[in-house]
Design a protein around this ligand. Structure first.
Ligand code: NAD
Length: 430
């Protein structure tokens, strides 16, 4: 049997809802492959004078409900299959939160930490030049993802406007506030996940002060979520980044960790310099060093994967102790792990719902870019809460009505909404 890939895992989730919706073969075929897979090698002249090639991708999965929309990832493991899966998840996600976009994703196979600032800017601009004819405010609007920042989005907008001779702030979202960004975009992914978690904890009548949370990934999504949870009275017991993490059963202080991460580049920066750790200080603070694999299996109530995909598998799912999993990362759980969690009654709030706050505020940014309006923090927060909780409640209704998992329910809702748009567009015989 062929080894599962991120895209075959997406297809597996998709196929579980085909039967529920009684789709015809022709209808199913509209979901099985993306509309367009664009690939180019970006040539970058390094500071050393040497030229290097980096594979770059843009996958446009579906635009039935509106322009293609999705982030751009800079990562050494970004490849065509991963970008395809992420593009498809975006289409389901925009439909779940019911915003007028389709789904796309981009990626460059590069380790941006090894680039100078000049090289990073040149590469970012080259990405837009490579795919410019397929991008535009009404066509396909990129956004940030792993290792891509507001500054990179700003360079990309500028490159697009130079190439097209237009004023087009809505071409890309996640831009700096001073250059067409929206208030609240930087915290949106975590904020959306936080609203859902709060609703779920209220529904289950749980006391925040008794809830322990472990978070894998300490970037835009993970670090912001850690701060929100800490402020709301949850105990954040563990956090990690690509170099590993720290755990304390008494709880860690995310604000302090963020300060050390900024200073040293690592979440363990207060205690360790590279692999050398001050064990006596760790003992005093009751803090332990943990690997990313260990973090997932720690004693906690809520586990939040907020880094990369495919980290929760059939191998570690039986050992996971959390009762709730909130997927801020895209694609962290395999279908095999999902099946184990269903048997163990562990509730998984899936990526297409849990991390949809990011694309929702991207939608606000896109709207502001088109209208020239500027929303306040309060407006963004209130609209995000309204949209994300409406989506959460709609998914929960399907969970109870159909007796299926949250992931199946979210896919059901998303695919049904995409189908309605496809029918209107005449892609499907009615
Ligand atoms: P980011 O680049 O800001 O942060 C990524 C974090 O993951 C960093 O702390 C990094 O050290 C850590 N990391 C990298 N490799 C790791 C590994 N092997 N093990 C553990 N940690 C590792 O990225 P982000 O924007 O926070 O995105 C994180 C996840 O959230 C991704 O799956 C992304 O697709 C998803 N997501 C992000 C947004 C958004 O708006 N930023 C929206 C939706 C989904």
């Amino acid at each position: 049997m062929a080894k599962p890939t991120p895209y075959t895992r997406f297809q597996k989730n998709l196929k579980t809802v085909f039967a529920h919706l009684k789709l015809t073969k022709a209808e199913r075929s509209l979901f099985l492959e993306p509309h367009r897979i664009l690939k180019k090698d970006i040539r970058l002249k390094r500071d050393s004078g040497k030229e290097e090639k980096f594979p770059a991708f843009r996958v446009q999965y579906n635009n039935a409900r509106g322009p293609y929309k999705g982030g751009i990832r800079f990562h050494p493991q970004a490849d065509e299959d991963e970008v395809k899966a992420l593009a498809a998840l975006m289409a389901v996600k925009t439909a779940v939160v019911d915003i007028p976009f389709g789904g796309a994703k981009g990626g460059v196979q590069v380790d941006p930490k090894k680039l100078s600032k000049r090289e990073l800017q040149t590469l970012s601009r080259a990405y837009i030049r490579a795919f410019q004819e397929h991008i535009g405010p009404d066509i396909d609007c990129p956004a940030p993802d792993v290792n891509t920042t507001p500054t990179i989005m700003g360079w990309m907008r500028d490159e697009y406007e130079k190439l097209t001779g237009s004023y087009a702030p809505a071409v890309i979202t996640g831009k700096p506030l001073a250059y067409g960004g929206s208030r609240g975009r930087d915290t949106a992914t975590a904020r959306g996940g936080f609203f859902i978690l709060e609703e779920l904890m209220d529904f289950d009548a749980l006391d925040r002060s008794e809830l322990r949370v472990a978070i894998q990934g300490f970037g835009n999504a993970g670090a912001t979520m850690a701060r929100f949870l800490h402020e709301a009275g949850y105990t954040v017991v563990a956090v990690s980044d690509s170099q590993g993490g720290i755990y304390s059963e008494e709880g860690v202080d995310p604000v302090r960790i963020e300060k050390y991460k900024r200073k040293t580049g690592s979440v363990a920066g207060e205690y360790c310099e590279g692999s050398v750790c001050d064990t006596s200080k760790m003992k005093l603070d009751n803090v332990q060093h943990v690997s990313n694999e260990e973090l997932l299996e720690l004693p906690c109530d809520i586990l939040i994967p907020a880094a990369l995909d495919n980290v929760i598998t059939a191998k570690n799912a039986p050992k996971i102790k959390a009762r709730y999993i909130l997927e801020l990362a895209n694609g962290p759980t395999t279908p095999e792990a999902d099946a184990i969690f269903e048997k163990r009654a562990i509730r998984v709030i899936p990526d297409v719902l849990a991390n949809a706050g990011g694309v929702t505020v991207s939608y606000f940014e896109w709207s502001q870019g088109r209208s020239g309006e500027q929303w306040t923090d309060a407006q963004v927060d209130a609209e995000l809460k309204r949209i994300i909780l409406a989506a959460y409640r709609a998914v929960r209704r399907e969970v109870h009505r159909e007796k299926i998992s949250y992931r199946q329910a979210a896919f059901l809702l998303g695919v049904r909404r995409m189908l309605e748009a496809m029918r209107m567009r005449g892609w499907i015989d009615t």
